[in-house]
Design a binder for this molecule. Structure first.
Ligand SMILES: Cc1cc2nc3c(=O)[nH]c(=O)nc-3n(C[C@H](O)[C@H](O)[C@H](O)COP(=O)(O)O)c2cc1C
Length: 156
């Protein structure tokens, strides 16, 4: 039976590799509970306050650029922060960072903002760091599946 729960995947994908990761997040989520959770996927640039307000859980995929989260991801937070602050306390989220070298600054910054928003980290962060590894795709598939299943079961 369909439920009205929605998992929103917000993915910044400036490269072939990050597009593959985003696709796997979506596929994993679909694979878990296709009929029980609505899965949406947006670029942060196309995401707005209403999208966050309608979401029951989020997966954030961003790159690290210049020691911080990608500008597109930061711009999303800048636009929605105060509009969702009160309504989305406790919103469960999962974070995936693709960082060619490091990832520390990006991870710290995203988690700090999410903490300020009162969002709840539902899964350990996935830091896909260094040279490209094919298992990053499986990691993303698994995370998508886990988040969708957890949402369907009401455990996040
Ligand atoms: C302008 C620019 C700045 C970057 N800065 C960082 C950085 O500070 N830390 C890091 O780990 N990777 C950095 N990278 C690498 C990106 O994180 C990486 O290219 C991106 O995640 C895409 O991954 P891919 O190369 O596997 O497609 C940077 C890339 C660009 C284009």
């Amino acid at each position: 039976m369909a439920s009205n729960k929605q998992l929103l995947i917000i993915s910044h994908t400036p490269s072939t590799n990050t597009r593959a990761m985003a696709a796997q997040l979506f596929s994993g989520a679909k694979n878990a509970q296709e009929n029980q959770v609505t899965i949406r996927q947006l670029s942060p640039m196309d995401c707005n306050t209403a999208d966050i307000l309608h979401a029951d859980a989020l997966i954030l995929l961003t790159t690290e650029n210049l020691g911080y989260m990608a500008g597109a991801t930061k711009d999303l937070f800048d636009r929605i922060y105060y509009d969702v602050l009160e309504a989305k306390q406790g919103l469960p989220y999962a974070l995936v960072v693709r960082a060619g070298i490091d990832g520390t600054g990006c991870t710290r910054a995203v988690e700090s903002i999410c903490s300020g928003l009162g969002w709840r980290r539902a899964q350990e962060r996935r830091l896909c760091q260094g040279d490209w590894q094919d298992h990053f795709k499986q990691d993303c598939f698994d995370l998508g599946q886990l988040m969708a299943a957890s949402l369907a079961l009401g455990i996040i």
